[in-house]
Design a protein around this ligand. Structure first.
Ligand code: ZN
Length: 540
């Protein structure tokens, strides 16, 4: 079917399940506070629905729904509680899961139910008729209680392939019971776009105007987003997914990709007007709350999404960015970035300066080029350390950070275990850092213990500066990478440290190089804090 034969919807609802399905990702462990903060971000972005969790399934989700009533003030989004259909042969009014769902107190609920005959017969060990009744009874019960009800049709695409007659019967039962949305789920994530489009189209044409259809897709074939686009082409008017594609196994349909695809590329309304440019900050903020570094190559929102490597085309890109960028980066809250390397010439440096809003005269540009060549020879790698590069360019132009000046620091690492005996403090290696720093005319000294030299230095410096710079509280380190450059020298080799930091809205990388790993780490650390303070000042 060609594009011209497809009628696209004017509007697609965005249903976020980062807090429920997204938190199934290995390595994610969110506190109730984290979940409330993420919900605030989602509301600020402007998604239609926020599926917050599964009441009754764990104490954390119960607390979340309880606290949401007073602590969450959503302006754009609707909070949704998730649950499942009644038990086999059970009664709706004495079903614990449904009771918890109702007690969560949300106006909208979403329940999942089985649509694949194989699962009904094997996993539930009951008849197909009872399978349909479980779904229909549960929806009717929730509709009686005036809830808006979404039905997640579990394993729908697999079920429809195996036994379309039964899968449609389940949906029909849901529609007759008054369901508000049928959401077709690719629970195993194994479907491909053509199949998804075809299946959604059959369901949409089967039910006509009786009910709206949505899609919930996983990324196991690398097609989570493509399948959602296919679903919308097939007539779906709701897309479920997660921020940054978090989710079990390979993840869910990535909302930070599908939202701009639908909005910018297909002209379909998704977020309220003016919200799309919040996408990049929200992606970074949620990544921080989830405590996982955002993939730099993430479409639209990654730090490399609009990065151009210096070369022959640099001046052409600067003149006509639309010839080299598929969308205007500002439209999704991201920006064009020119990546420098030792090949960087004068024109690249000038462009980079322009990007950063710096006025550099001819001699300063030459000086930056020379300094870069010299430092890259020593082992610096500015291509990946944009923040250090910006500081270097500013310093070459005569700028000096004025927030604080370090007089000296000292790091001591101790192995306490040989002297530890019964009744003493726990044994092991401890690291302590002492720092002497000036803020204006005031000399400040602080000592802190950390779980390593970088951590101890970071804590000592923050302690010394405590209460003086508000921006430092929001700033923290997210990744620390060490690479040994001269391997034939063994421990005498040169060490390169890369440090990733964030203030919750943007992430940046700084670099340090030295024969001494602590010195290299210190360079990267102090650049990171200075850059964070600079960012806060520029943004005010
Ligand atoms: Zn799922």
């Amino acid at each position: 079917m060609s594009t011209s034969d497809v009628t696209l919807p004017n509007r697609v609802e965005i249903y976020d399940t980062t807090l429920r399905d997204g938190s199934q990702l290995e390595g994610i462990s969110l506190t109730v506070d984290d979940k409330l903060r993420i919900a605030e971000q989602l509301d600020w972005l402007g998604v239609d629905h926020i599926e917050a969790g599964w009441p009754g399934a764990n104490p954390k989700d119960d607390e979340l729904f309880r606290r949401a009533k007073t602590e969450l003030h959503l302006e754009t989004s609707t909070l949704v509680a998730f649950g499942m259909t009644r038990r086999v042969k059970g009664k709706v009014d004495s079903d614990d899961t449904l009771r918890h769902l109702v007690e969560a107190g949300t106006g909208t609920v979403c329940i999942v139910g089985k649509c694949w005959d194989y699962h009904v017969l094997e996993a539930l060990d009951t008849t197909l008729d009872e399978g349909v009744a479980m779904v229909a009874d549960s929806i009717a019960y929730l509709k009686d209680l005036d809830r808006v009800v979404m039905f997640d049709a579990e394993h729908f695409f697999d079920g429809y392939r195996a036994n379309p007659e039964f899968s449609l019967r389940v949906l029909e039962g849901a529609v007759q019971a008054g369901v508000d949305r049928l959401v077709l789920c690719d629970t195993n994530g194994g479907s491909l776009p053509a199949d998804v489009e075809e299946t959604v189209r059959s369901v949409v044409s089967y039910f006509g105007d009786d009910v709206a259809v949505g899609v919930h897709l996983h990324d196991d074939t690398g097609c989570g987003v493509a399948n959602a686009l296919a679903g919308v082409r097939g007539g779906a008017t709701q897309v479920q997914g997660t921020i940054n594609g978090y989710g079990e196994r390979t993840g869910n349909c990535n909302l930070t990709t599908i939202i701009p695809n639908l909005t910018v590329k297909m002209g379909i309304e998704t977020l309220p007007p003016g919200r799309l440019e919040r996408l990049t900050p929200v992606a970074h903020h949620v990544a921080e709350l989830v405590n996982m570094a955002l993939n730099p190559q993430a479409p639209y929102v990654g730090t490399s999404a609009f990065a151009h490597k210096a070369g022959l085309h640099v001046s052409a890109i600067a003149k006509r960015p639309d010839a080299y960028e598929h969308v205007v980066p500002d439209s999704v809250g991201n920006g064009t970035r020119f990546v420098l390397s030792e090949l960087a010439g004068r024109s690249t440096i000038q462009l980079k300066a322009k990007e950063l809003g710096l006025e550099l005269d001819g001699p300063t540009v030459n000086q930056v080029v020379d300094t870069l060549k010299h430092l890259e020879h020593e082992g610096y790698h500015f291509e990946v350390a944009d923040a250090s590069l910006e500081l270097l360019m500013r310093r070459t132009a005569g700028w000096e950070p004025s927030w604080f000046r370090v007089e000296s620091f000292r790091v001591i690492t101790d192995d306490a275990s040989p002297t530890t005996s019964a009744g003493e403090a726990p044994d092991g290696v401890t690291t302590e850092a002492t720092i002497k720093v000036w803020v204006g005319e005031e000399r400040l000294i602080a000592t802190a213990e950390g779980n390593g030299p970088v951590n101890a230095l970071d804590l000592a410096l923050r302690q010394a500066l405590a209460g003086r710079f508000e921006a430092l509280d929001r700033l923290h380190l997210t990744d620390y990478k060490v690479r040994v450059l001269d391997t034939d020298k063994g421990t005498g080799a040169i060490t390169r440290v890369l440090l990733d930091s964030t203030d919750g809205e943007a992430s940046w990388t700084t670099i340090g190089v030295s024969e001494n790993i602590i010195e290299a780490s210190w360079q990267a650390l102090s650049d990171s804090l200075v850059y964070g303070l600079l960012r806060a000042e520029v943004r005010q």
